[in-house]
Design a protein around this ligand. Structure first.
Ligand SMILES: [Zn+2]
Length: 309
């Protein structure tokens, strides 16, 4: 799944290509693509795209009426790409896909340029939420779920609600408070979007390795050296991935993203030469280097191994 560096570089690319374009039409191509019932996406027709931003693992497309304050007025389309999803630029005259198989939603601009939300596979979990107001400010006016919605769907009407602070915006003092408030294994804490947001499995692996901390280190008992190592590792790993991502014409595929340990089970650690190991879960692996991170101790997950047998 794309994380902060991939989404941020993608937002920068899209803003360069499409900022100022005036919206002509929004077409959900799949009935699951649009996650909110109101405001209507059609309200933004005739408005220019003011900016494309990133919050956690979401793209934020801001539309506002001409000559208005784009920070206060207008609508924000919050786009989640899920695994492998993309928001692709369609050049003027490009074939217009109309079926869900070809894409989840399409933005068409007056100039003929378009943006197409695509997601491979059949699950189609990506989508678009339409929110009024500035979604990055506290005064957000959330989208409203359909009338029949239950509590869970109403909460789901604003995917930004309940997110922890952006991982790259957290200093050591704030990180210490967050870790104390969310006692967990470090790897789980880093991926918990309600604790800190924008990181996933790859960066969690890389940050633990860079910080020379076990992925199982308990955040509730992290000392100040550990907290500072995590903050520094987040900054370094995100900066490096962002620099690599900015070199590319479009979003990298998972296998192209830089890593020292992530998805490198059995390879040599580039820092100490020890073998990269994995703790296997049903859906994913936690990769680590025992030489760098656990004083040579081999990790086994006693909490889940009995269920795997
Ligand atoms: Zn190592």
């Amino acid at each position: 799944m794309p994380e902060i560096p991939e989404i941020r570089a993608h937002a920068e690319r899209l803003e360069t290509l499409a900022a100022g374009e005036v919206l002509k039409r929004v077409e959900p191509l799949s009935f699951t693509a649009l996650k909110t019932a109101s405001p209507s996406p059609d309200d933004a027709v005739g408005w220019p795209l003011r900016s494309v931003g990133q919050r956690a693992k979401f793209l934020l497309l801001r539309f506002a009426p001409p000559a208005s304050d784009p920070a206060a007025d207008g609508l924000t389309f919050v786009v989640h790409l899920m695994q492998g999803g993309r928001l692709r630029v369609l050049e003027p005259g490009a074939k217009r896909p109309r079926r869900p198989r070809d894409g989840l939603a399409r933005f068409e601009f007056e100039s003929g340029v378009g943006l197409m939300l695509t997601e491979p596979g059949t699950q189609k979990r990506g989508g678009v939420w339409v929110l009024a107001g500035d979604p990055t400010a506290d005064g957000l006016v959330a989208g409203r779920a359909p009338e029949s919605a239950d509590t869970a769907s109403i909460a789901a009407a604003n995917p930004l609600a309940g997110l922890g602070p952006e991982a790259t915006d957290i200093d050591a003092a704030a990180m210490a408070e967050l870790m104390a408030a969310h006692p967990s294994r470090l790897h789980n804490f880093l991926r918990d979007q309600r604790a800190i947001s924008g990181l996933g499995r790859r960066l969690a692996n890389e940050i633990c390795h860079r910080a020379k901390l076990s992925p199982f280190a308990p955040t509730g008992r992290m000392d100040s050296d550990g907290v500072e190592a995590v903050v520094a590792a987040i900054g370094a790993v995100v900066d490096e991935s962002l620099a690599a991502e900015r070199q590319l014409p479009q979003m990298s595929r998972s296998a192209e993203r830089p890593s020292a340990v992530h998805s490198r089970t059995g390879e040599q650690c580039p820092v100490c030469g020890d073998v990269v190991r994995a703790v296997e879960y049903r859906d994913y692996s936690v990769n680590y280097c025992a030489g760098c991170q656990t004083s040579g101790r081999i990790l086994a997950d006693n909490t889940t191994s009995k269920f795997l047998r």
